[in-house]
Design a protein around this ligand. Sequence first.
Ligand SMILES: Nc1ncnc2c1ncn2[C@@H]1O[C@H](COP(=O)(O)OP(=O)(O)OP(=O)(O)O)[C@@H](O)[C@H]1O
Ligand SMILES: [Mg+2]
Length: 230
Amino acid sequence: MNISNVTVRFGSFTAVDDVSLTVAEGHVTGLVGESGSGKSTLARAVAGLTPYEGTISGIARGRVQMIFQDPYSSLNPRMSVGDAIAEGVRVPRKERSAEIARLLELVSLPASYATKYPSELSGGQRQRVAVARALAARPEVLIADEITSALDVSVQGSVLNLMRELRSELGLTMLFISHNLAVVRYVCDAVAVMRHGRLLESGPVDEVIGAPQHPYTRALLDAVPRLTHA
Ligand SMILES: Nc1ncnc2c1ncn2[C@@H]1O[C@H](COP(=O)(O)OP(=O)(O)OP(=O)(O)O)[C@@H](O)[C@H]1O
Ligand SMILES: [Mg+2]
């Protein structure tokens, strides 16, 4: 997918400023930057949720799925897990329950969870359901926007491991937004650094994190002291 000179304005304010970035197929590209730098706005432009100037190519219309930070508000409390996943599923009706079971298995939940409701699930389990629902539509690009930030620290690791597994099993093309560079290094192949709506630098994760070109990227790294020992 190619993001070319994409700009998003809200009135006179420019939230995303002339960003160009290639998201390689089958790779996970991390998007990092301080709060308000335009990460979610760029993601929403890619997902077709907000108008933009510029071009986003190499992806069919409607083939982007997004997973959000808060699994408590992203799942309808009145809808069973199976029904929530079924909304996105693109198979004939009689194959639907098998497809739901397959998707639940993909996110390491028992098929029996199809009859459960969100209130019966932990935050981590809800986020797995949100991932299954996104995958149901067989997206060309998956966008994960801070998907572990709202979760208890104890389950963050297992959700990150799930994303790593999915990346190798399905060859997913993913835009993975996170504040945490240690997490980005763990999950992503490439990383792009944003500040004030602009793209500062991008490249293979080891290069950008190992030898940041821009002082701002270095400052972001310094803000994660554990990273040097990770
Ligand atoms: N619908 C909107 N109307 C006006 N301004 C907006 C709108 N959406 C976002 N903004 C502004 O655009 C800027 C970028 O916001 P965005 O949510 O993309 O940042 P972010 O990098 O995702 O931040 P965070 O890490 O906190 O999630 C912010 O200053 C925000 O206030
Ligand atoms: Mg955001």
